[in-house]
Ligand binder design. Sequence first.
Ligand SMILES: *Cc1c(COP(=O)(O)O)cnc(C)c1O
Length: 458
Amino acid sequence: MKTIIEPFKIKSVEPINFTTREERENILIEAGYNPFMIKSEDIIIDLLTDSGTSAMSAKQWAGIMDGDESYAGSKSFFRFESKVKEITGKKFIIPTHQGRAAEKILFSILGGPGKYFPNNSHFDTTRANIEFTGAEAYDLLTEVGKHPEIRADFKGNMDVEALEKFIKEKGSENIPLVMLTVTNNSGGGQPVSMQNIKEVRKVCDKYGLPLFLDACRFAENAYFIKLREKGYENKSVKEIAQEMFSYADGATMSAKKDALVNIGGFLAMNDETLAMNARNLLIVTEGFPTYGGLAGRDLEAIAQGLEEVLQESYLQYRIKSTEYLGNKLLDAGVPILEPPGGHAIYLDAKRFTPDIPPHQFPGQSIVAALYLEGGVRSVEIGSVMFGKTDKATGEFIPPPMELVRLAIPRRVYTQSHIDYLAEVIIEVYKKRDKLKGFEIVYEAPMLRHFTAKFKPID
Ligand SMILES: *Cc1c(COP(=O)(O)O)cnc(C)c1O
């Protein structure tokens, strides 16, 4: 088999600003060892997120020039609507400025105190939008999905038995909908199988509940199904995606992921009353129903991006290049969440630096070391982000996993960038005995990971 090459040529480039190790030492101190506080021009390889960081194609940029900025009835809206309908098969398509705006509208209508929402794993904005209404969000991930060292094909699956038990316990009348996140972002970018989607659908039918997909990475999920699930190897990714959506009554989407754009999102659904209520809220918070919170040009770019994201040469490159990084790290003995996910590689900080206890933030220590070693920006997903302090005892309660996420922007970095990245990570791993724990010297009362300042412990 020959090398899988990037299925594009580069027409427009963005220079990388190189820094020296000495410079990075000072930048780290000034940023309080928090990657969110570092200027992007001081980053060599930026893996903070895959959200809104995609490189757009020449055709998407052409669409930007061609966008119809009419307030109502814009032709760009109709192109967008017809593309989303073609893939999702849903009757009502509502543009929003990003994924969480779609969530805000959906859960404002369906949420409220006494309501319960099950999901394989809620993304943090989804959970926040549910809890903001007074409703409760529950994660019902399969057991295998909770173990970073176990290799399995569909670690994003929902525990169907747990779902049925949950419905019986809470009462189907208190559950406005069931949600499946594809791929499972919070669980490591792991896919959900078609079999699992069908089984969840069956339970939903039994109790008369609607099923919605959190569809941010639907194309990556569909490609994993093609690679790993029996009976799908000869289907096109588009057919697989269409089948996935066919079992759902609706979807929320952040176009900043698998629509290959820098901003945008949508809500899709079949229920006419729900759509009417959603459009009424949309007009208050986002804009008229033929533009949502977006410009006409954004709708053109999304329509084109949805076309390109389903091209198999793109998905092969996308999934294989993430796996390529994962395999390089595994070959060097670096512990990662296995198998490699679609949009990111996660370093398993518990095994990477076993001597740093959770309350000294092993993930944050690795994040700082990766920046110092090679100007790489990553993000801690562990005790900094999710750790809690017991108010009564003052005891620190860590989350189950200590991870460092390396999210790969779409179509942005080439194989030599990834090779460099692997070298940096492996170098830090070799020197792992020298890594120190951290303490927090400043934290905000909420979402502390964005602005916290740290200090290494001597
Ligand atoms: C990014 C994301 C969202 C929220 O979308 P935004 O465009 O960032 O508002 C929701 N769910 C999942 C799974 C995501 O990855």
